[in-house]
Design a protein around this ligand. Sequence first.
Ligand code: PLP
Length: 402
Amino acid sequence: MKINDNFLKIQNSYLFSMIDQKVREFKQNNPDADIIRLGIGDVTRPLVPAVIKAMHSAVDEMGQESTFRGYPPAYGYDFLVNAINKNDYVARGVQLDNDEIFVSDGAKSDAGNISDIFSVDNKVAVCDPIYPVYVDANVMAGRSGVLNDKNEWSNFVYLTCRAENDFLPELPKEHADLIYLCFPNNPTGMAISKEELKKWVDWANEHGSVILYDSAYEAYITEDLPHSIYEIEGAKTCAIEIRSFSKTAGFTGTRCAYTIVPKELVFDGVSLNKLWARRQGTKFNGVSYVTQRAAEATFSEEGKKQVREVINYYLTNADVIKSGLSQTGFKAWGGVNSPYVWLKTPDGMTSWEFFDALLGKANIVGTPGAGFGPAGEGFFRLTAFGSAQRTAEAVERIKNLF
Ligand code: PLP
């Protein structure tokens, strides 16, 4: 028996485990410290009343023989797929067939699992910095090659996102088969315009590449920017889109997401839609009825209003963080179309040095940019998912420190 030794290549500690460990140690040594967590991207506001009501009534249905449900359909109940199609796509001028929508238990699982349907020989392009799941999933699948001394995988194409370019990646200078894009971006908080996204769609169509487009944060867009890649002409022949209810409606603990695989995605005569349907049908058994009713409720009139209030709450926090940092002399990005604020560390500190300083002196937990890739070194991410009061307090502490 041999193990999949690609797993051994994954760097010894996943970013957030490392942060947890450091915070645990700090707490042991400083039991009275009042720590404010603006690190991990988890939400803190409760589920909205419309969602809770829908969940309660779905639970009641599960307790009656006449309305009990067993295994859900592998790709989602019609009521939810219809609601997604109507509200997230038709409303934005995008026409999709319901069987192009695959409901799942998370954007993380989908972003990791989608690589199952592609050959191990494909060249993968990733932005740098990046949400680490895309990289690690492809390392596990055997597409990475070896790690060099710059902390880059030899077989990946890196699309460096630089401050001078507002952290938008440049088109690849070499061939890439699979391109991971995420907008609004985690970690930089920056979004992309239709014109810029069109360049990626055109490039992918020209080169026979597939874009894996993660728009888990589209609900945070406040400016006139594309929410879906399918708002761009030509995207259906080159893009798969991954969405989530996690940050849109506080479902990080409830778990519901979906992935769009258009039927126009046909390579060597093979439909990617059919491959993903086969993959999900084999390895995934659907999302619970209660959860799908909960997700459906986010699209009701009251659900939409309530969810919007929560998003605005986080966006206000983001503005408090960003403007507080800017007043203190920090260079900061994001926070306008995103719950993330990305800042340049002061005085040439490394990301982890800044992490230690912020934790040690202000008892604030953030996320070191270096954890998102080599180009994240010298940057730091703060999230707007805390309470308004604690966020304001954290900003005051930072102001007093620097
Ligand atoms: N995609 C991005 C870019 C994320 O930042 C996250 C979570 O932080 C996810 C996906 C995970 O979403 P889910 O909770 O649906 O698994």
